[in-house]
Design a protein around this ligand. Sequence first.
Ligand code: ZN
Length: 228
Amino acid sequence: MNYERILVFGAHPDDEIAMGGTMAKLSRQGAEVVVVTMTDGCEGYPSEDMRDKVVELRRQEMADCDEVLGIGRRIALGRPDMGLVNDKETLQECIRIIRDVRPDAMFTHGPHEHHRDHANTHAITVEAQWHAGQPVVAALGPSYRTPHVYYYKAVMDRRASVVIDVSDTEHLKALARGTQVSQHTLFGRTKQQFEQEAERIRTSGARYTESLWFAERTVLHDFPGKGL
Ligand SMILES: [Zn+2]
């Protein structure tokens, strides 16, 4: 997986951490990691008193997470949490981003999601990847076909297509979750517990992996040795 530039779509601030080990690994190898966060996370407040400040908090948490995982650029589309709509404007914005970033590989939510924002992120980004490669809407930039498209979670009916060894970077995922302070009630752990977990993982010597699935439209003849 020696990509030079990857583009990761997540519905909410923190969804991308599910593949945080892979992002950190690629970033350490010199790859440019770009994350698109579709919504502002405005409904992710565990108590009423946080309601007015949660968006601002999550903006800071995204920046802190970027630093931990080596995410070079974060594009926050700012759609309302629980209100992401698969509309023309959002589709075209994603087409424009794909054509602008021109990633070697794109990563997005899989097809088996409960949260409407996750399901819509899946639908919008898979379609945007296809349109981006077509000779249409030239105003959004020159056509670009992202060669490899993966799902990083929410695939229940197939074995993983690729399993990444993230033993060297798994601890950074725990640290990244530690930066998402507004979500600690949901995660059931404090920042200090995440830091302890990170240290335990880092010194354990155990093997850690992340699973990725080829999206249905991935053209396998680009993969060396696949012979398709
Ligand atoms: Zn989410």
